[in-house]
Every structure is written in C-alpha cells, then in structure tokens.
Design a protein around this ligand. Structure first.
Ligand SMILES: [Mg+2]
Length: 167
C-alpha cells in the first residue's frame, strides 16, 4: 500500500513535538526557561488539515509552556504533555473520539514514537529522524523536523483525501 493510500482515510493525526514540529534542539535561557522555534509553513498546513476535517493532536514526552502556546495558537485542543506512554495516550484519545487505529496517523522522530507509529494506519517521520524510525515509517519527508516536515505530511494527507474523493 502506498503512503497516499494509507493517508487517504485519516481522521486524526498526532504529532510529536521535539524533532518533528521543532528542529529537536532545546534552547535554554539563563534563568532556565526552555525555548522552541516553530515553523509557520507547518502551522498553515495544520490549519488546512483542520479545515478539511482532520482532528489534530500533540503527544510529547516533555512539558513546556512554549508547546502550550503553540497548541493554543493553532487551536489544537488535544494536547498531551509529559506523556511517558504515547501509545496508551493515543489509544485513550481514539476511544474518546470514537475512532479506530485504522483512521489514525502519527508523526514521530525517535524510537519512543515507534509503538504508536506502527499501530496507526499511516506513519511519518522527518528526514532527520532516528535511523530505526526512518526505516519503519510509511513516509519519510524530504524536510527536516521544524523545517517544513510537518507541512509536507499535511500536504500529502490533503492530496490523498482529494484523490480519494475523486475516485
Ligand atoms: Mg521527538
């Protein structure tokens, strides 16, 4: 099955943050606050996906105010920070939304993301993901995390849905 075929019927996509929506670097201020940089083209792609009726979620192992602010900015209400078991978190979210793994997608960059990625109908990884994740993802983006990788996945899902509706 091609990546497009896998992505065509997705109703929910969850994203890791570090290394996916960001470049994976953790910037600290002198007073210990953490800074992250997000990509505006990624943000636009996420808005397009939402407008197309795809539910969005963020599931991250770390916790930061920057992520909460970014989620609020993008109207992403399914925000889960400080998550140690991402698969369990995703499973609970799917149950809450009345969805099945066959309607779910996940984008991650490290081995902790793999159980969730492999349970979903469609999985994506940025170009600079860990080699094991790269090898197992259904789709590896040409862009790196924080540099348009998320937009690439949004565009692929939108194109796949359009292809589907014309079939
Ligand atoms: Mg990560």
């Amino acid at each position: 099955m091609t990546a497009h075929e896998r992505a065509a019927n997705i109703k929910l996509i969850a994203f890791d943050i570090d290394g996916v929506m960001t470049d994976g670097k953790l910037y600290y201020t002198d007073d210990g606050r953490e800074l992250k940089a997000f990509n505006t083209q990624d943000g636009q792609g996420l808005r397009f996906l939402q407008q197309a009726g795809v539910a969005l979620a963020i599931i991250t192992g770390r916790t930061s105010g920057a992520v909460a602010a970014r989620a609020k900015n993008l109207d992403i209400h399914h925000l889960f920070q400080g998550v140690s078991d991402k698969h369990a978190c995703m499973s609970a979210l799917l149950a809450q939304l009345g969805l099945d793994w066959s309607e779910a997608a996940y984008m991650g960059d490290d081995v902790v993301d793999l159980p969730t990625m492999q349970a979903c109908a469609f999985s994506a990884a940025p170009d600079n993901a860990h080699p094991t994740v790269r090898a197992k993802a259904n789709f590896v983006t040409a862009h790196r995390g924080g540099e348009g990788a998320v937009r690439e996945v949004c565009d692929l899902i939108l194109a796949a849905r359009q292809g589907n509706s014309h079939a």
